[in-house]
Design a protein around this ligand. Structure first.
Ligand code: ADP
Ligand code: X15
Length: 401
């Protein structure tokens, strides 16, 4: 990678601004899945072990009105980070001003400080002003002025052009580096898409084809096969004139689906059978049907023949990228397709297997197969944007070597 990395920066005694993605689930004031915090630890540890003063910035959720703020405080994140690092983390409950500046000036080498949710800046005096999300130039400049160097380790936010990632970086030319997590994500996703070991198979699922059109388009030129599952498969069924009953469909995307099918030829693989249900409920009556789905029935998972067919496509793969579940995996009776594909990926010892996407990541974790895969991306929207072949502003703003 031609970008500056943490190892290129002077750290000893420096005020090291770090953008991390600590946008984690919080329930009743306690952090749930802390994977994103754990994923940022290598860079934070490197900085403090090399005598840097780590000043961390992250957003949490979306702040649109004053009342959103209390529930979206970073305080619980500071507590979890402190536990994970096994050392104190100073939490500063504001995003600008004397309290923040004094706290930074009081830091010693090796200390860690976490700034309040950067999206508190989106609401001022009750107005939704989007200073952070709108990349207000004054805000990026101010935050940049608080430190000596900048490290962006927030891959999950890299598809956003906000003050705390792009704003700080552009105000610190030559001093903005990628953290280890950012490097790792770019390496796995970048190699998979641009330099894959072949055969390269993409598995795309999830609810809507509209979310994945850009990815399918980009990967049609790159992948050897694209396996389709989940709700979006039935818009492709409709495009082929296969009956879909009450299955999920995006009627306004049927034409696009037709174009994709024409372009893809046999590169795109669709389910041959499905588990259909008489209602959207785990306790629904179910049956497996091939091809046409009758009215009154909806497809909620891929069927056993499809699982077998997909395993056949995957068995020789050397690179696999997976985004989106094969069915309504949240309901145990419709989780089998996602589970079996996940388990099978875990057996592919010679392949690089990469999962991106919020629900796909939740699925492989919930199903207990995450440990067997090569790389689970910390970014949903960011990994999708990457797979679409688009530039991620957060990455583009990092200084070149
Ligand atoms: N056949 C289906 N019918 C309706 N919903 C489905 C179906 N298959 C999957 N889904 C739903 O799609 C959602 C995930 O889609 P999406 O958000 O696109 O995935 P990701 O976050 O991994 O990109 C899940 O909530 C899942 O229940
Ligand atoms: O969780 C995130 O997005 P993701 O769920 O698509 O990975 C990122 O932190 C970005 O958050 P945002 O979509 O509120 O800008």
């Amino acid at each position: 990678m031609a970008k500056l990395t943490v190892e290129d920066l002077p750290l000893e005694g420096k005020k090291v601004l770090m953008r991390v993605d600590f946008n984690v689930p919080i329930k009743d004031g306690v952090v749930g899945d802390d994977n994103r915090i754990v994923a940022a630890l290598p860079t934070i540890k490197y900085v403090i072990e090399h005598g840097g003063r780590a000043i961390l910035f992250s957003h949490l959720g979306r702040v649109k009105k004053e009342e959103d703020k209390p529930g979206l405080s970073m305080r619980p994140v500071a507590e979890r980070l402190s536990n994970l690092l096994n050392k104190p983390v100073t939490f500063v409950p504001v995003t600008e001003g004397k309290q923040l500046e004094d706290a930074i000036n009081n830091m010693n080498n090796g200390d860690v400080l976490l700034v309040q949710n950067t999206r508190y800046e989106d609401v001022k005096d009750g107005e939704y002003v989007k200073r952070e999300s709108g990349n207000d130039p004054e805000l990026g400049k101010y935050w940049a002025s608080l430190g000596d160097v900048f490290i962006n380790d927030a891959f999950g936010t890299a598809h956003r052009k906000h003050a705390s990632n792009v704003g700080i970086a552009t105000n610190m030319p030559g001093k903005a580096a990628a953290g280890y997590l950012m490097e790792k994500e770019i390496k796995f996703l970048g190699d998979a898409v641009d330099n894959p070991q072949r055969p390269f198979v993409a598995i795309l699922g999830g609810a809507k084809v509209s979310d994945k059109i850009g990815v399918i388009d980009h990967l049609l030129d790159k992948a050897d096969k694209i396996i389709i599952g989940g709700g979006m498969a039935y818009t492709f069924y409709a495009a082929k004139g296969i009956k879909i009953g009450n299955s999920l469909v995006e009627k306004d995307k049927i034409d696009v689906a037709k174009e994709i099918l024409d372009k893809a030829g046999d590169k795109l693989v669709l389910p041959i059978d499905n588990v259909v249900a008489d209602k959207f409920n785990n306790d629904a009556d179910t049956k497996v049907v091939e091809g046409d789905i009758d009215d009154g029935w909806m497809a909620l998972d891929i069927g056993p023949k499809t699982i077998k067919q997909y395993e056949d496509v995957l068995k020789d793969a050397k690179t696999v990228v997976w985004n989106g579940p094969m069915g309504v995996f949240e309901m145990p009776n419709f989780a089998k397709g996602t589970l079996e594909i996940g388990k099978f990926l875990g057996t592919l010892d010679d392949a690089t297997t990469i999962v991106g996407g919020g629900d796909s990541t939740a699925a492989v974790k919930q199903l207990g197969v995450a440990d067997k895969l090569t790389h689970i991306s910390t970014g949903g929207g960011a990994s999708l944007t990457y797979l679409e072949g688009k530039t991620l502003p957060g990455i583009a703003a990092i200084s070149e070597k």
